[in-house]
Design a protein around this ligand. Structure first.
Ligand code: BTN
Length: 270
């Protein structure tokens, strides 16, 4: 049976205040379009349903907890109450919009947002993990749907805020803002800076500034050039060295096969 549509609750004061401060940077006035929900399956799923029923560009779903948070490559996203920020934004797209670049744009925007809010050295690991050193701070799940005039992309981000009892398979590879800062984190500021930065970069993408976005992305992703990585190529584990990203966002890796373009999947650092 389909999940009943979860009822929004009042936006908590700390988040409402922070959003009000960045309002002028948000193209479509995300604040009135932000739905804050105590518990739901996945913010991406709820945003998708809203988009399918005509929700406007910039509509954002934020939850305190997800009971079925989803990650890339069919994984689960660990989403206990209050431990992280769980948010999804609807981006309406037309035929001219460079949809393949939305994922990288989200990574860049949220990295810049997290940096602005915390001053932590947040980098991007291709395609769009946010990392500090080699530990993952946040993940992004981008899902495109619809067709022609009704096309949209749902961009979901999960940012680890507080230490949590992470499942063992991710415990030694995850970090959170509070641990990195060594003091409490202002979650409203993190969310507000991320949403403002995302809105600004999507506006720039709509304005044809893909090259500027890629240029800035490269600077925040030192591991996309010169890092030793392992990935799967034609079904076999392959070792190589990253040599940059292409104009469509593909990762370029030099290996025994020559320079390969990786468009999906995962690369692991040595
Ligand atoms: C990844 O595997 O790194 C991507 C994780 C994306 C998690 C976020 S949390 C908010 C949104 N809702 C989901 O179910 N997933 C994304």
């Amino acid at each position: 049976m389909a999940e009943q549509f979860p009822s929004p609750i009042a936006i908590p004061g700390d988040i409402a205040d922070a959003l009000a401060r960045v309002r002028t940077r948000i193209d479509n006035g995300t604040l009135p379009r932000l739905l804050y929900i105590a518990s739901l399956s996945s913010t991406n799923d709820v945003a998708d349903r809203l988009a399918g029923s005509g929700a406007l560009d910039g509509t954002t779903v934020v939850a305190e907890q997800q009971t079925a948070g989803r990650g890339r490559l069919g994984r689960t996203w660990f989403s206990p109450p209050g431990a992280g920020l769980y948010a999804s934004v609807i981006v309406r797209v037309d035929a001219a919009f460079p949809v393949p670049l939305v994922s990288l744009t989200a990574g860049l925007a949220f990295a810049e947002g997290a940096r602005a809010a915390t001053h932590l050295p947040v980098d991007i690991k291709w395609p769009n993990d946010l990392v500090i050193g080699r530990r993952k701070l946040a993940g992004i799940l981008t899902e495109a749907s619809g067709s022609s005039a009704f096309a949209y992309v749902v961009v979901g981000v999960g940012i680890n805020l507080h230490p949590a009892a992470y499942p063992p398979e991710i415990a030694d590879r995850a970090t959170c803002i509070e641990t990195e800062l060594g003091r409490p984190v202002d979650r409203g500021l993190v969310l507000a800076e991320c949403l403002a930065s995302f809105s600004e970069w999507i506006t720039r993408l709509r304005g044809g500034q893909s090259a500027e976005m890629l240029d800035r992305w490269r600077r925040l992703s030192p591991s996309s050039h010169g890092a030793r990585v392992e990935y799967t190529s034609q079904g076999s584990p392959t070792a190589g060295t990253t040599v940059g990203i292409d104009v469509d966002g593909a990762l370029l890796v030099e290996s025994r096969n020559g320079v390969e373009r990786i468009v999906a999947g995962e690369v692991r650092w040595f």
